[in-house]
Design a protein around this ligand. Structure first.
Ligand code: NAP
Length: 321
């Protein structure tokens, strides 16, 4: 099979197209013919070799994808050859023609959802669900600010929060991004590149502040986040690329919480809850992953360049295999 392989850590140029032997499914495993692979920022961090998690070399990047089941291992009953599926946490990397997965991490893809959309599910929707409901304790009737709502995790958060009956405010850095944010479920859109944009939250929440913030760039925003929360408000920190000074008094006065979110900490029970909710959302049409950019597998390098652009996100970047 053809795969993208990394033999040395470094810039996007270390992503090389190569041929390797096809993997074979063992007990509890499934081999999938990949039609599309999701590109997540963490894959660009890992590729540099400076991230907390460092795989042994050589490796194939990618956790998420969608395609068709090619072979099932012994004792797999829930899936069969020919099923349309999406998957996360593949064992062999999703930037590839074939991916070996634990059957428990493979989910049926409804007919109305394309392979490219399926590839946009795993990490973004899992993280959005964890941030909103498992760590953030988001409830119907509450107001949520999705701070960075135009990308993969952001658009997933908008759709999930809107379907759950929350009042949703989303931010983007461009006019196009703001249009997308409104289209994907926000009641209000703000531009995080304009001065004083958070002042509008006073009007939008009747001076109360927001109950929950889904934060995608905490090193820029955490100090301001604490000043726009309602009493007992929570900031779910999902994205961060540096350090920041905050005033703890802002949290004290509101009895506010800063809650870290890391998808890999998901327990098996939480995973089952998450995928029951995501499966239902795909089925009933409230979840429709937004694919903004499609790039051929062989040009994975370009996908890593684009995913690290500071602004201009429009849904998800996927590799088409
Ligand atoms: P993405 O698709 O590239 O989206 C990035 C988002 O950040 C865009 O909406 C972008 O908006 C926004 N942004 C840019 N400047 C901002 C600012 N000043 N304030 C607020 N938002 C700003 O990336 P993603 O897949 O959604 O991931 C977002 C972050 O979450 C990344 O840092 C990623 O590593 C992290 N993440 C963490 C976990 C976890 O387990 N904790 C899991 C998944 C992702 P514009 O482009 O419109 O400016």
């Amino acid at each position: 099979m053809k795969v993208i392989r990394v033999h040395e850590f470094g810039g996007p140029e270390v992503l090389k197209l190569e041929e390797v032997p096809d993997p074979q499914p063992g007990p509890g495993q499934v081999l999938i013919r990949v039609h599309a692979a999701g590109v997540n920022p963490v894959e660009a961090y890992v590729r540099t070799g400076t991230y907390a998690f460092k795989p042994s070399l050589p490796y194939t990047p990618g956790a998420d994808g969608a395609g068709v089941v090619l072979k099932v291992g012994p004792d797999v009953r829930r899936l069969k050859e020919g099923d349309r599926v999406f998957f996360t946490a593949t064992r062999t990397g999703s930037y590839a023609e074939l991916a070996l997965c634990d059957a428990s991490k493979v989910h049926l893809l409804p007919e109305n959802i394309s392979f490219e959309q399926g590839a946009a599910m795993g990490v973004p929707y899992g993280t959005a669900y964890r941030g909103l409901f498992i760590r953030g304790d988001g409830k119907p009737g509450e107001t949520v600010l999705v701070h960075g709502a135009s990308g993969g995790v952001g658009t997933a958060s908008l759709q999930l929060a809107r379907a759950a009956g929350m009042t949703v405010i989303g931010t983007a850095g461009t006019e196009d991004g703001m249009k997308l944010v409104l289209h994907e479920g926000a009641h209000h859109a703000l531009n995080h590149s304009s001065n004083g944009y958070l002042d509008e939250l006073k009007n939008l929440t009747g001076d109360r502040g927001v109950d929950l913030i889904i934060e995608l760039l905490a090193n820029k925003n955490l100090a301001n986040d604490l000043s726009v929360l309602a009493k007992k408000g929570r900031v779910a920190v999902i994205g961060n690329r540096g350090t920041i000074e905050i005033n703890p008094r802002d949290a004290m006065a509101r009895e506010a919480d800063i809650r870290g979110v890391t998808l890999v900490n998901t327990s098996e029970t939480e995973y089952r809850e998450m995928y029951a909710a995501l499966g239902a959302g795909l089925e009933n049409g409230t979840l429709k992953p937004v694919v903004g950019t499609r790039i051929p597998l062989a040009e994975a390098r370009r996908a890593h360049e684009e995913i690290m652009q500071p602004s201009g996100a429009h849904g998800k970047i996927v590799l088409v295999v």
